[in-house]
Write a protein that binds this ligand. Structure first.
Ligand code: PGA
Length: 265
């Protein structure tokens, strides 16, 4: 249940809790799978999608959706971590989703953080997405600094899959997954903004008061490389799903009873 509205061309759904926002996001993904079982999903890592993945696992295990014929492409991977490193994004996806659903693992793609020739690997990754017909639904989180995937501030809208340096505040944020900030890799392979904007549908999930500034900048600020998520306003089919805490700066009254057309159950 939540309140839906449109801000600068983006559909915004505000749910009462993080659990409800995650559930709503999982339902959008399940709907995509049910509408087109052979769909191509773009997937994300981090704290944000965890509850969404738990909902999808439950739906998959109870027969409400199947990943058997789906293909997945992840947004990014740390450079220098082997696939089986516990903090690699490949491990994250295997542990938190792929090993618990019916997707054949060979239909799941995550950039290779140990690729010998990173530039070549990036262009192959981009080409592989195209060869599969492009991404039907891309799931995104947003960084405190407004990044999407590892497209840090300064990334322009033409960027493709490439090697990037992580911003200092991203390293600090992600240190919670490592024993110390020193262990966080300094570089990553990431889909670019242009890669993400090629997806047919995009769902960005943000939860918690820590994301208020980034959400405000994305939806209400200038469209600019300073806030890479703001480029989503150039895409025709984006849904931003928020909990009340993340939506707190948008001036949406989530307590008042909204007109029927603005209510979503
Ligand atoms: P988080 O990261 O889900 O761990 O908050 C989101 C992001 O950096 O895109």
């Amino acid at each position: 249940m939540g309140v839906s509205t449109t801000i600068n061309g983006i559909s915004v759904l505000v749910c009462d809790t993080a659990e409800a926002a995650s559930e709503a996001t999982a339902k959008l993904i399940a709907n995509q799978l049910n509408a087109n079982p052979r769909c191509v999903l773009g997937l994300a890592t981090g704290g944000t999608p965890l509850m969404t993945y738990q909902s999808l696992i439950a739906m998959n295990q109870s027969g409400q959706c199947s990943f058997q014929n789906a293909t997945t492409f992840n947004l990014d991977e740390y450079v220098g971590l082997a696939a089986d490193h516990p903090q690699s994004y490949r491990s994250f996806m295997n542990d938190n989703l792929f090993s618990k659903i019916d997707v054949p693992i060979e239909q799941t793609y995550v950039p290779d953080g140990l690729a010998d020739n990173i530039a070549e690997h990036c262009s192959q990754y981009e080409a592989m997405i195209d060869r599969h017909g492009g991404i039907d639904l891309q799931l995104l989180g947003i960084g405190h600094n407004g990044h999407i995937a590892f497209n840090e501030p300064g990334s322009d809208s033409q960027t493709k899959t490439r090697l990037v340096d992580l911003a200092g505040n991203t390293i600090e944020q992600n240190a919670r997954f490592f024993s110390s900030a020193d262990e966080v890799p300094r570089q990553a392979i990431t889909m670019g903004i242009a890669t993400i904007l090629k997806a047919k549908q995009i769902v960005l999930l943000a939860m918690g008061s820590g994301k208020v500034d980034a959400v405000n900048a994305m939806l209400l600020g200038e469209v600019s490389a300073d806030v890479p998520a703001s480029f989503l306003r150039e895409h025709p089919a984006v849904t931003v799903v928020l909990d009340r805490d993340a939506a707190a700066g948008l001036g949406i009254d989530t307590t008042r009873k909204m007109p029927t057309e603005q209510q979503t159950t």
